[in-house]
Design a protein around this ligand. Sequence first.
Ligand SMILES: Nc1nc2c(c(=O)[nH]1)N[C@H]1C(S)=C(S)[C@@H](COP(=O)(O)O)O[C@H]1N2
Ligand SMILES: [Mo]
Length: 198
Amino acid sequence: WAMSRANDRVQQWLFDPTTLAPTYPASMIDSPFRFNAFYPPDNIPEIDEATWKLEVSGLVADKAPWTLAKLRALPQESQITRHICIEGWSQIGQWSGVPLRTFLERSGADLTAKYVGFKCADRYYGSLDMPSALHPQTILALDFAGQPLAPEYGYPLRVRVPTKLGFKSPKHVAAIFVTNDYPGGYWEDQGYNWFSGI
Ligand SMILES: Nc1nc2c(c(=O)[nH]1)N[C@H]1C(S)=C(S)[C@@H](COP(=O)(O)O)O[C@H]1N2
Ligand SMILES: [Mo]
């Protein structure tokens, strides 16, 4: 763990917040797209759009929860990027949604804080360093392949961070918080490197 934390510090220092992950033409999109989670597909959470809300807490001025309609009213960004899983597979997909930077700015988040954390409907959780959270390609994805996210791909909202390994992109996000206390993550707390840039 000490070695992994030292590795995190070097990776954070090397990270260039203006370098973009490669993007691809629509002809290269993989279909069908692979599902992955820490459980089999029959355990995918069932989420009701009518009652769903995104909670916001921590170092944020506006803690009012967000509805899907409110998120869709924000500027949207679409990108075709490669999702790379630490388990040894990768696929190209198209994700669209709200840049996390835009969301954090509209929420009055303290952009000098160290971390942005995520809690998910399936008990998964994760976190990003603030420079990665503010990276122009880091989005709160609402759509996959031009359609609202299917349940297996993280309905109704997932993070998509093309500059990091796939486990750094939580699906089924239910809450976002901004903090200076290291939040860890589902796989990070079992030994995966936290920064995990690609
Ligand atoms: N909520 C949640 N998010 C998650 C996971 C998970 O189990 N639960 N698995 C992660 C891992 S390891 C990968 S590779 C991707 C898989 O995303 P996909 O199903 O869209 O391919 O989701 C990531 N985000
Ligand atoms: Mo993964």
